[in-house]
Each structure stands twice: as C-alpha cells, then as structure tokens.
Design a protein around this ligand. Structure first.
Ligand code: AP5
Ligand code: MG
Ligand code: ZN
Length: 217
C-alpha cells in the first residue's frame, strides 16, 4: 500500500497516518517530522530548514526532494509507505514520480483530507504533541485524558514552534499557492480522492481506508 496523504496545515494528516501505521504496519514518512527531528538534533539540514519552517514557508525543493529520495530507497518502504506532507509543489510531485518509477512502485491512492481554512487556525493553535512518541492531541477536539501528559506513553505534551496564529496564516496561503495545484495533477492521473476532514477522526479514517479499497479484517 503506497499512500499519499495531502491536506492543508492542521487537516489531520499526521493523525490519520498514525492510525494507518497501526493497522497496516507500513512506515510513516512525514517531511515535517523529518525536518523537526533535524532541527532538534541541530544538524546542518535542521539549521537550513528552521528559518523556513518558523516563517511558515516551504523548505527549498532541492533540499526536500533529496531527503525524501534517500528515505524511499530504504528497505522498509518496499512493502508500502504513507507519505505525509510531501509533495507540496509540482516540482516535488514530478521528482516523486520519477523516483517511484525507478523503484518500480505505483501509488495506491492520493487522499486529500479537506478542511475549510476557517476551521484550521483553531486546530493548529490548539494542537499539543507528545515529546516522547509524537502523538498529536488537541486541547479541545482531542484532549489527552492525562492533561498535559500523553495518553499513550505519559510523555510531556508541547506546542510546535510554528503553531502560532500568525505562522498558520502564512502556511495556509503557501498551501493555496503551491500545493493546491497538485489536486489537478493527481486527478489527471486518476489517483485522487477527497475526504471531508471536518468529520470526527474515526469517520475520516473510515473514508481514508475505504478509498484504499481494502477489505478490513
Ligand atoms: P508539516 O509538519 O507537514 O505541517 P503541515 O502540513 O502544516 O501540517 P500539520 O502537521 O500542521 O497538520 P496535520 O495535517 O498533520 O494535522 P494533525 O493530524 O497534526 O510541515 C511543517 C513545515 O515543514 C512546513 O511549513 C514547511 O516549512 C516544512 N515542510 C514540510 N514538508 C515540506 C515539503 N514537502 N516541502 C517543503 N517544506 C516542507 O492535526 C492537527 C490538530 O487537529 C491536532 O491537534 C489533532 O488532534 C486535531 N485533529 C485532527 N483530526 C481532527 C478531526 N477530524 N477533528 C478535530 N480535530 C482533529
Ligand atoms: Mg503533521
Ligand atoms: Zn506519547
């Protein structure tokens, strides 16, 4: 199963990816998570990515395409993957197409979790993430039963550096300008499915799984 999850900032890509990982045991490849890890470790990649992320801009294609190519070449991707937040530009989509062709992989489906911009600011500013396992919560829509600690592992919850209201507004306009055009790109390839991301998390997940045309156990 080779799944590409699209959607604007805060639409629920990471939330749905975590559920897919649990069910299908395939790797979750989030370029945002990869960049955040690099920032945390203070690597050259992290230093390069940080200024773009903090401003709500895209990290340059030359950098982003390279790290994804490297990741997709790893053995654990042979049986499937969930790409989250990549591609975000037409150049990235074309590079992905070439990489997958070389690897002999056909995308199963491109699933766009669609949520109107008006609902996204509160989703993003209310998000809290577990420092230990990375699970995402929401203070109002999906709270942890352990307050400021993670339900699953007890880790401390924190807020992402780019989850301020001002940065989210930039991220949304970057999405409209640079990522939205990918919808037509994947529609033309017959791979595109849109899911209403305003539904509860489990309903969205049902829609995602249905779109993969998989018989569930
Ligand atoms: P990235 O980390 O990918 O951020 P994003 O695309 O802005 O998306 P988010 O992670 O904010 O949202 P999500 O859709 O995963 O939502 P989540 O499930 O957490 O990228 C960050 C930055 O890295 C970019 O700005 C850029 O600088 C750089 N970058 C990354 N990829 C790049 C690329 N390809 N090229 C260049 N630069 C790149 O859910 C959000 C909240 O809502 C949570 O609190 C959750 O609990 C809640 N929630 C989820 N689902 C629901 C629901 N159905 N109902 C109610 N609440 C819900
Ligand atoms: Mg995410
Ligand atoms: Zn945790």
């Amino acid at each position: 199963m080779y799944i590409l999850l699209m959607g604007p900032p805060g639409a629920g890509k990471g939330t749905q990816a975590a559920k897919l990982v649990e069910e299908f045991k395939i790797p979750h490849i989030s370029t945002g998570d990869m960049f955040r890890q690099a920032v945390k470790e203070g690597t050259p990649l992290g230093k390069q990515a940080k200024e773009f992320m903090d401003a709500g801009k895209l990290v340059p294609d030359s950098v982003t395409i390279g790290i994804v190519k490297e990741r997709l070449a790893k053995a654990d991707c042979k049986k499937g993957f969930i790409l989250d937040g990549f591609p975000r530009t037409l150049e990235q989509a074309e590079a992905l197409g070439k990489t997958l062709l070389a690897l002999g992989i056909n995308l199963t489906r491109v699933v766009n979790i669609n949520v109107p911009h008006g609902d996204l600011v509160s989703r993003v500013t209310g998000r809290r993430i577990c420092k230990s396992c990375g699970r995402a919560f929401h203070v109002e829509f999906n709270p942890s039963t352990k307050g400021e600690n993670c339900d699953a592992c007890g880790g401390q919850l924190y807020q992402r550096a780019d989850d301020s209201e001002a940065t989210v507004v930039n991220r949304l306009s970057v999405y409209d300008a640079q990522t939205q055009p990918l919808i037509a790109y994947y529609e033309q390839q017959g791979l595109y499915t849109e899911i209403d991301g305003r539904q509860p998390i489990d309903k969205v997940y049902e829609g995602v799984v249905k779109s993969l045309k998989v018989e569930r156990a």
